[in-house]
Write a protein that binds this ligand. Structure first.
Ligand code: AMP
Length: 284
């Protein structure tokens, strides 16, 4: 595996791969890799001949009071894991390589960019889209893989890829979970044992909600019941717990019929976690 810091060098190597007829798969990450990231690498391998993984903690998508400085950076361990998974190129650029004219928002996420995650983290999706757009320009992949774990990100980024990188296949990878059901996340390492139990408890509520909704429970009643239960039994501070229509990423009402998604964000201690679960159908 080649570790590359320069965009120009990566582009030169990828031009060479393309000239040999190789398809390029791309997995953008912020590092601190876990099995979830590696499952996306495996999907990229299936869709392409060579795989590029980027590790870049993007300052533009963190708010002033967020954990940009504290975000885990474990490049050596990450490189070893990617090597074991036969990744050909690890791209770990500096801020100057990504933003030669300085970090500046160039992409806007629109209306969906200011709801849920965007409401809790103003500007987050503009920053995320800006870096994805820039990394896509550098890598020009044939296939790109994102995780369903970040459902709103997938919803927003998919539109950018369809509009600006039309020949690139967009792949959505399922969420990998711990045996307890807790979604794997780079931030889980900051949970104490007690906080981890609280985080697992949120997942178990998501699961119960899914079962109840699929069995015909009312959306409003299900939300009220489980929001209250999460806040009292877990030391979690809910930011949102909503049932949405995944086609438009907006809340559904009690009359809604069809597939849905439960989305949640909560602070457990100092750690902010998000998760989501698909509901096969409501009022089917
Ligand atoms: P991050 O490094 O957190 O920016 O994540 C990089 C990519 O990995 C994103 O597309 C995430 O949605 C995805 N991802 C994060 N956690 C998981 C997980 N538990 N399972 C599958 N994909 C994940």
């Amino acid at each position: 595996m080649k570790l590359i810091h320069s965009a120009a060098e990566l582009q030169e190597l990828l031009d060479y791969e393309r000239a040999r007829g190789n398809k390029i798969g791309f997995v953008p990450t912020m590092g601190a890799l876990h099995e979830g990231h590696l499952s996306l690498v495996e999907l990229a391998k299936k869709a392409a001949d060579v795989v590029v993984v980027s590790i870049y903690v993007n300052p533009l998508q963190f708010g002033p009071k967020e954990d940009f400085d504290k975000y885990p950076r474990t490049l050596n361990e990450d490189a070893a894991l990617l090597q074991q998974h036969n990744v050909q190129y690890l791209f770990a650029p500096s801020v100057d390589e990504v933003y030669p004219n300085g970090p500046e928002i160039t992409q806007r996420a629109g209306v969906t960019g200011s709801t849920f995650e965007g409401a809790s983290r103003p500007g987050h999706f503009d920053g995320m889209l800006t870096v994805v757009n820039r990394l896509m320009e550098i890598v020009q992949p044939d296939a790109v893989v994102f995780g369903e774990k970040d459902a709103q990100q997938v919803f927003i980024v998919q539109k950018l890829i369809k509009a600006r990188f039309r020949n690139c296949q967009f792949i959505e990878g399922p969420t990998l979970r711990e045996p307890s059901g807790l979604a794997m996340s780079s931030r889980n390492r900051y949970l104490t044992a007690a906080e981890r139990q609280d985080a697992e408890n949120i997942y178990s509520h998501l699961n119960q909600m899914r079962e109840e909704l699929e069995a015909g429970a009312k959306v409003s009643e299900t939300l009220t019941k489980h929001s209250a239960a999460i806040e009292t039994t877990a030391k979690a501070k809910l930011e949102y717990l909503v049932v949405i229509d995944p086609q438009i990423f907006r809340p559904v009402n009690d009359d809604y019929r069809g597939p849905a998604k439960i989305i949640v964000a909560a602070k457990v201690g100092e750690v902010r976690l998000i998760d989501n679960l698909n509901v096969k159908a409501i009022n089917a």
